[in-house]
Structures are given as C-alpha cells and as structure tokens.
Design a protein around this ligand. Structure first.
Ligand SMILES: Nc1nc2c(ncn2[C@@H]2O[C@H](COP(=O)(O)OP(=O)(O)O)[C@@H](O)[C@H]2O)c(=O)[nH]1
Ligand SMILES: [Mg+2]
Ligand SMILES: [Zn+2]
Length: 387
C-alpha cells in the first residue's frame, strides 16, 4: 500500500492528478496551500477519476496528463497535490508522524533516528538513505548539520505559519527492498506550537496524523516538577517552554479522530531520568538504578528482528514510570481516549543525546543515543518491514 508523503492518505487506483512541470503562469493552489499550511503555487492541476463503468484493470490512458496540458507533467497526490517522487505508486510506505509539545525533543530525535537507522541498515544489509534531493538537503541543513557539525542544539521548530517551514516537508527515506517491494519510510516533523493550539484540530495541514501508520508522541520528563527539582544540581536547566503535554496529547488524539495509527508514547530525554540514579537517597535513585530493568540496556542495534518481548517489558516499565511521574492522566488518556477510539499503543523510553546538553551546547561526551530506534522499529514491524 502506498500513501502520499504529505497528507498520508492512501493512493487508490481510482483517482489521479498531474501538474505541468513548466507552467506558464503559476497560481496559488488552494488545495496544496491548505495541506501545506502556507501558499503553494503551481500550474493548473489535471484530475482524472475512474469512470463508474470502468473495467477492473482500468488505468489512466497513457500520457493523459501530457495530452491535457500539452507539455511535460508530474504526478501529484489527488488529495493534497504533493508532487509524488518518481515511481512512488509502485512502492510501499510506512508513514510516521512526530507529536508533542514544544521542546520535547522531536527534531533532535529525528536527526539521531536517521543515523541509527542507517547503522541498523548496515547490519541488516539494507540501505536507509534519503529518497529525494529535497529530503537530503532538508535533513542535512535542518537536522544533521546543526546537531552533528556545529555541535549546537537545533532551534525550536517554527510553527507552520511562521518563517522557515522546513518541518512542513516530509522526510522520505528509502529502506531498500523488503517483502519483494521497495519500501519507504516517511517521517513528518511538526512544530509543537501547532499542537499546543487546539484550534488546529480541523486544519487540513494537520490531518496527516489520522492517516499515519505510526504517531510518535513525545513526553518530556523534565517538565515534571518533582523530577526537575531532584535533578537540580545534576542536569543543566533547560528552557521552560512548551505547553502541557496532556492537552497536547488530547489535541493529537482529536486530530487522529477515527484514524487508527499505532501510537508510540515516548518518554524523551531519558538520560535525565537515568541521572536520577545518582541522587542519593531519593526514591528515584532506587527505581532508576535497577540493573535488571529493560530500560537499563539498549539492544536496539542488534541485527535481529524487532524484539517483541523486550518491547513489552519496556512498555510495562515505562508505564509505571509515567504513573510515578504523576502522568497517570496521560496513561488514562492513551488507554481510555476521549475520542472513544482505542489505538494500538505502546510506551517507550529514548534519549537522543545520551547526556544532557550544557547550555545550548552538546555535552562534551558527544552523542550516545539510547533506544532511539525502538518506536520506529515497532511501527515498521507492524507492517512487516525490517521485521
Ligand atoms: N537531556 C536531553 N535533552 C535533549 C534531548 N533531546 C533534546 N534535548 C533538549 O531539548 C531541546 C529541544 O529539542 P528539540 O528537538 O528542538 O525539540 P522539539 O521542539 O520537540 O523539536 C534541545 O535544545 C535540547 O536541549 C535528549 O535526548 N536529552
Ligand atoms: Mg522541533
Ligand atoms: Zn497527499
């Protein structure tokens, strides 16, 4: 099954659309603009709907778009008018959407996730590489370079209606051939502001959450007062931005509506909780220094298939951690959603950096990711990819 990389809607054999590659007078495309979140210009979109009496093996007549426009065309998604990468319809896609309040670590997570995905790919004898030039440049400029080269920390992702909107573009990675099909992983970042604003529930540009295969919802433990308090001397203070995770989760679940993505609830910046092991005499130190715990080790780069048993163990552990973090209302929101739609969900713990940054610079030990692959491998495994 193939989905559009932007709106995540499944591409069916019933609807097609094209745009001229070199339009004479590009105009604002209202549909594309609504799904993108800011004005998009293009030539006139040519649409084709399967006739009601068409045979089962109906396909668009050859060069239909070219003949309609009198020039070269590119195929676009019939729903959101996103220009589909070459050969897209013949491939299979796994679409993952990041969610969470501002500064929960989504963008840093994506930067590191791609690196660890490539490491695992090497072990599985598979590639994990940008599928388009746009993705390559976007990843390099907005994710990889700020984190790995400048060793700084990424700027907070701008909201969809402000400046440089790199997070409106999907990141598309080729995962090679698996199950006799070309596989792509599409990752969509999001600006936390857009999810902290409950008015966005019906925005076209947010509807991809409902169509995703996986939604990775991040929860920042440093937002929890008692954790921050105990970490006082151990972990450099982070800026106190970002909304209430519970209301963000509520908004995300509302956007998902009747959709059925797998929901990964991820405790981010797990290094901060691990640091609590060193707080003598605190009740946290006992919990966090438990050597036998699944969250004390990271088997995620083993070349084997996704480890379901390990996943369940960590799921239970993180679930009780969340309750300890006074996040019981979040657990309830996940397990008894107000929308009435019970999603397949699992809890995870990740640290993208492995250690807390000092001010706006990375820790001198650099980056040592912890369990970053787990949520995405779980989603991929549900689709039988790299499983
Ligand atoms: N301790 C720790 N801090 C992190 C980690 N990942 C991100 N951060 C911090 O959280 C801040 C926000 O990260 P970012 O990815 O921009 O958050 P976003 O707004 O959710 O995209 C960064 O500036 C880092 O200081 C992590 O794994 N550990
Ligand atoms: Mg961000
Ligand atoms: Zn689309």
């Amino acid at each position: 099954m193939t989905k559009c990389p932007r709106c995540f809607v499944t591409l069916t054999q019933d609807r097609y659309a094209w745009v001229p590659l070199a339009p004479d007078a590009p105009e604002v495309d209202e549909v594309a603009s609504a799904y993108h979140g800011s004005p998009v210009k293009s030539g006139k979109v040519i649409e084709l709907v399967r006739p009601a009496d068409a045979a089962d093996d109906w396909a668009p007549p050859a060069f239909y778009g070219e003949r309609q426009t009198g020039g070269d065309v590119a195929e676009v998604c019939p729903v959101c008018h996103y220009r589909l990468p070459a050969g897209w319809r013949g491939a299979q896609t796994t679409c993952v959407a990041l969610a969470g309040a501002r500064a929960t670590g989504k963008t840093v997570y994506i930067a590191v996730l791609v690196k660890t995905l490539q490491l695992l790919g090497e072990r599985l004898n598979r590639v994990a590489e940008p599928a388009t030039t746009e993705t390559e440049l976007n990843y390099l400029e907005h994710y990889e370079r700020p984190l790995y080269e400048e060793r700084g920390i990424l700027e907070s992702t701008p909201a969809a209606h402000t400046g440089n909107p790199y997070q409106r573009e999907p990141l598309i990675f080729s995962l090679g051939v698996w199950n006799e099909a070309r596989q792509y992983l599409v990752i969509r970042d999001v600006a936390g502001e857009d999810l902290e604003n409950a008015n966005n529930v019906n925005a076209a540009s947010m509807q991809f959450f409902g169509h995703a295969d996986g939604v990775v919802f991040m929860f920042d433990p440093l937002k929890v007062e008692s954790v921050r308090h105990q970490l006082h001397d151990l972990v450099p203070a982070q800026e106190r931005v970002g909304g209430d995770p519970r209301s963000v989760l509520r908004t995300v679940l509302s956007i998902i509506g009747t959709g059925t993505p797998h929901l990964a609830v991820v405790l981010s910046k797990f290094d901060a909780l691990q640091a609590l092991a060193h707080v003598d005499g605190s009740d946290w130190s006992e919990v966090m220094s438990h050597r036998g715990a699944g969250f004390s080790r990271d088997p995620s780069l083993r070349a084997g298939p996704y480890d379901e048993q390990d996943g369940r163990l960590v799921h239970e552990e993180v679930r009780s951690l969340l309750e300890k973090l006074e996040a019981r209302t979040m657990v309830m929101a996940v397990e008894q959603p107000h929308t009435g739609v019970q999603l397949s969900s699992r809890y995870f713990a990740v640290s993208a950096l492995g250690e807390s940054p000092v001010g706006d610079r990375l820790h001198q030990n650099g980056i040592s990711p912890f369990r970053c692959l787990d949520p995405v491998r779980w989603v991929l495994a549900q689709r039988g990819v790299w499983a």
